[in-house]
Design a protein. Sequence first.
Length: 365
Amino acid sequence: MSNDIFSRLNPGISDLAPYEPGKPIDDVAKEYGISNIIKLASNENPLGASPKALRSITDLDDSLHLYPDGNCTELKNAIAHHEKVSEESVIIGNGSNEVLELIARAWLNPSRNAITSRHAFAVYKIVTQAAGAKLIEVEAKNWKFNLEAFHNYYNEETAVIFIANPNNPTGTYNTHKEIEDFLSNVPSNILVVLDCAYYEYVQENDYVDVNQLLDKYENLIVTKSFSKIQGLAAIRLGYGLANASLIESLNRIRQPFNINSFAQKLAINAIDDKEHIQKSIDVNQEGLKYLSEELSKLKLTTIPSVGNFISFNGQFNGKELFEALLRKGIIVRQIDLYDMPDFIRVTVGTMEQNQIFISALKELL
């Protein structure tokens, strides 16, 4: 094939590698000829989806021939009520990743740049470079976003700053004071994206109060997800919260009918399932404590996490350990993609799953 066509490929795309998700259970079963596989790779809720959401599955039998509500009216109302904001302050995406992509398409181009931290969520780089813009990565401090240092990097070409709170894959977070101090000093013409996909799992008293910030800063957008604590990763649904004018700008380029009817119904029923959310928090807190303690007993170095996962390293080769665990039917995540060679990230599972993982790890180390 002639290379001429690639001469017009958008700048930045040639430097990207396709995103590699956690290895699927079916692939591991076929490749290794094993069953009873445990997947602790993609930060999914081990309790599954909200029972209230699952009961809505049969509601669509007579409407599958119809296009979904393109405005997501009921779901938008449910999110607005849940988040205590106006409906005009909500945009819904096919996963929060779509909201991130809309932001990049709207604010970035080859003459602009975006800023994030080293070891930050991989999608920030993908959407930035796909828009032809440059991504500046600021060195982390104790695995956290070093927000004070960010002030040394933005310039007239900076259009977007991405902050993951908590961050995947490190599990670290920035406090409300740190976020607000940062916002108060950022130029108002720079859009700050606060990615709170794992916020429900955070139990720290000094965690960010996004409503206070949204009321105060017009250059802020907060993104959240139904893929984590609600256990709805398969339906790909997330949303953004910001002032109405900012949301209206994003809606101009949002694809029509981007959220299917099935996803809308499930999410409406899941968002206020308080019993499921609290049970998920409790299971995660217990499991996170257990994994942290057991990994420390094995003389492994862990990064203190407030999410539903924990990353660790030690005297092992990350790729070899990852593959050895696969052979035992345990899928974790090798995270060299994030400039963290020989680190392994493991999702908090049920206590039984956590114990099986630790038992296998003891055999291999």
